[in-house]
Design a protein. Structure first.
Length: 256
């Protein structure tokens, strides 16, 4: 997934964002009866293998006995999320949150589903609460950054992505989103640093090189920007945004 913002300084700026992250968590509770524990362990294995029909059947049997079992509801929510059925996923994760309101995984899962439904305003308090309960989980801050970003609260989005990157320094998606948001805020030199780190960690990162090219262009480093756009085209020939931006940079420098 990515989002594109329109035009900046009369140039088409393609800010490619990494998507939100779901964290289903463990469905097995040690206080459950052994048969339920064993059933949910099997369901987790089926989910990992992509056997969603088996997951649905096992969880339906658990819910028939315990309608608000958070583990079974979480697994069903994960199935719905993977299938792209976000209204169902959000409804299931809301039920988990009602049962376990202080579980950061439940809050994150519900928040991510709401973000997918373009309801960042509803997602934000859940993700903010999750970050306060479990401040050492990088993905929580990553998703919080997305919520702030969607609400155009850019300074807070930058702060959240900075926390995510500090907790997971090798997370290229967090670095990419941080760099893109810094660029959006007009902080091109800082964006160059974050995005350079992202592409060092992942040399085939098309999204990162595209954003790095934009940051370098904004920082007045046109030659390096063009090199980034060429790098994108080498990895993905015909890439529309890179082709457009390279042509614009060349035209601006009188290269035809």
């Amino acid at each position: 997934m990515h989002r594109t913002i329109g035009r900046r300084s009369n140039r088409a700026v393609s800010a490619n964002w990494a998507s939100t992250r779901q964290t289903a968590g463990h469905s097995v509770n040690q206080v459950d009866p052994p048969e339920i524990r064993e059933s949910l362990i099997r369901a987790e294995r089926h989910l990992a293998a992509g056997a969603v029909g088996e997951v649905e059947a096992i969880c339906a049997a658990v819910i028939a006995e315990r309608p608000d079992h958070p583990g079974a509801l979480t697994l069903l929510g994960a199935v719905a999320h993977r299938a792209g059925d976000m209204p169902r996923a959000a409804g299931l994760f809301a039920r988990v949150e009602a049962v376990a309101p202080d579980d950061p995984r439940a809050l994150v899962n519900h928040g991510v589903a709401l973000l997918a439904l373009n309801d960042a305003a509803a997602a934000l308090p859940k993700l903010a609460r999750a970050s306060s309960i479990a401040p050492s989980i990088a993905d929580t801050w990553f998703n919080l950054g997305r919520a702030y970003q969607d609400l155009e609260r850019f300074d807070e989005a930058i702060a959240a992505y900075e926390r995510a990157s500090a907790l997971a320094p090798n997370d290229v998606q967090a670095l990419n989103n941080l760099g893109a948001m810094l660029l959006r805020a007009g902080r091109a030199d800082e964006a160059v640093r974050a995005l350079s780190q992202a592409v060092r960690l992942r040399p085939n990162y098309v999204r990162g090189f595209l954003n790095l090219g934009e940051a370098l262009s904004s920082a007045g480093q046109a030659d390096d920007a063009m090199a980034c756009f060429r790098r994108v085209l080498a990895m993905e020939p015909g890439h529309e945004a890179a082709s457009l931006r390279l042509a614009q940079e060349m035209r601006d420098r009188g290269i035809y």
